[in-house]
Design a protein around this ligand. Structure first.
Ligand code: SF4
Length: 460
């Protein structure tokens, strides 16, 4: 009899939220959007979708899996039109099922509408219950569907008025792309938690979560969509609305530390350079005597470069990542659970044996994965293993679209730095302080959301 083998997630690191991409005015809109989503794949790997408009008809295709698994020649051909929006999802709200894959698409009293959402609303339960009492029937468990119901119920006669009226009722994080038969709209919530930029390709307007997608399609970067700004694009061109009262800027600092691709600019600034500067600050604030600086690939790479440069300690790629690992891993029985960590990362024994090393990490969440990784390094013959983390300890969850575990599961919420170091099996552990982290950033402290570090939430 065939025995079912246990299936493990490869990583229990923090999960990215979602990525959004859109284009208006291009003959090959669906294919360009496919490429845009491909570049943003790191922001979500559970589902992907594209909705197009040819000016009359709105059509879409969504599926579970990676962009390359969901789309092929055939289904891209079934998406004709000059306007498209796309979404890749890691489920932060709503179950991970196909009906929750975005863009969310409806026919309602004003015509066709599709919506792609990056972020998380914090007043979902309240709005949903109000809408249900008023007769709305929900098709999904996504908070993004609430926006559509608000739009459908709005008293505003013009679409723009209805949109503004609906958005004014939302609380939380939302960078949105909307598509109607003849318009594409890109907007950011008044706090500006999640990034969204505007570009141009051969006269067509493009929106993207990160600039790495613009680079791939060879589009020109124009500017960031500002917090609280709505940009409406149609055949006549682009126009901007700023209908929200002023709000505290709350750019997600973790986009710079971990989430965004290092070759991207987010919020208008280079992720690579910010990350490298975090490493420099870390070397000044938490120095350590050792022989080698080793990045935890790939997210620790840029900070490790900065750490090595400032400390003068040589950098070696002492841990190698297997880039061809899927999202889950079938583990043969009778083998250690540690295998699911090893399958992704493997130490280079010849580099680290008998050496005192400092591993550069971007964050420690539960500490369990780090513990296994450090055990693997010890087994590979390392003499001393130290760890330096390029941000302060994560003590609080995120309500704005990043899949943090509960407060109880975050190891730093209940353990001191010394206790965490001991649990992981380190010779020493050091985190970058909040002030030093800010020093490395391209914006001052009052521009950022720091809630997962300090527990002060700009909106709950
Ligand atoms: S709580 Fe942390 S991860 Fe969430 S938006 Fe704020 S800075 Fe980003």
């Amino acid at each position: 009899m065939r025995k079912n083998l246990p299936l493990y997630r490869i990583s229990n690191h923090l999960k990215e939220e979602c990525g959004i991409f859109g284009i208006l005015g291009h003959e090959d809109a669906a294919r360009i959007t496919f490429l845009g989503l491909y570049a943003l794949q790191h922001r979500g790997q559970e589902s992907a979708g594209i909705v197009v408009s040819d000016g009359k008809r709105v059509a879409g295709f969504r599926g579970m899996g990676l962009v390359s698994e969901v789309f092929n020649e055939e289904n891209l051909k079934s998406l004709p039109g000059q306007t498209a929006i796309g979404h890749i999802r890691y489920s932060t709200t709503g179950a991970s099922v196909l009906k929750n894959a975005q863009p969310f698409q409806v026919e309602y009293s004003r015509g066709s509408l599709a919506i792609a959402h990056n972020g998380n609303l914090v007043n979902t339960a309240e709005l949903r219950s109000q809408l249900e009492k008023a007769g709305s029937i929900f098709q999904t468990t996504m908070d993004s569907e609430i926006i559509v119901h608000l739009l459908a119920r709005s008293q505003g006669t013009a679409f723009e008025d209805a949109l503004v009226e609906s958005l004014l009722q939302l609380k939380g994080a939302y960078s949105l792309l909307l598509l109607t038969q003849d318009q594409m709209i890109g907007l950011r919530d008044p706090h500006g938690f999640r990034p969204l930029c505007l570009g141009k390709l051969d006269g067509a307007y493009v929106f993207s979560s990160e600039t790495c997608a613009l680079d791939l399609i060879q589009a020109e970067y124009i500017r960031e969509v500002e917090p609280g700004e709505i940009i409406i694009i149609d055949k006549k061109g682009a126009r901007s609305l700023k209908p929200f009262p002023p709000a505290k800027p709350s750019l997600c600092i973790f986009e710079f530390i971990y989430f965004a691709r290092p070759d991207s600019r987010v919020f208008g600034e280079s992720v690579y350079l910010s990350r490298k500067q975090l490493g420099r600050e870390l070397a000044i604030e938490k120095p350590v005597e050792c022989d080698l600086v080793i990045p935890m690939p790939d997210s620790g790479n840029c900070a490790a470069l900065g750490f090595a440069e400032t400390s003068g300690i040589p950098l070696e790629m002492g841990i190698i990542r297997n880039h061809y690992v899927g999202r889950t891993f079938i583990q043969p029985s009778q083998t250690s659970r540690d295998l699911s960590v090893k399958v992704k990362l493997n130490p280079v024994k010849e580099v680290i044996r008998d050496k005192r090393i400092v591993v550069i990490e971007d964050s420690i969440v539960r500490g369990t994965t780090s513990k296994v990784r450090m055990k693997n390094l010890r087994e590979a013959g390392v003499k001393e293993v130290h760890m330096r983390v390029s941000c302060p300890p994560h003590r609080y969850p995120c309500y704005y679209g990043i899949d943090f575990p509960t407060r109880e599961e975050l190891i730093a919420s209940s353990h001191s730095v010394e206790e965490i170091g001991k649990f992981i099996g380190l010779d020493s552990l050091g985190y970058l302080s909040l002030d030093r982290m800010i020093k490395a950033m391209p914006f001052p402290k009052d521009q950022f959301c720091l809630s997962c570090f300090d527990g002060n939430y700009p909106e709950r």
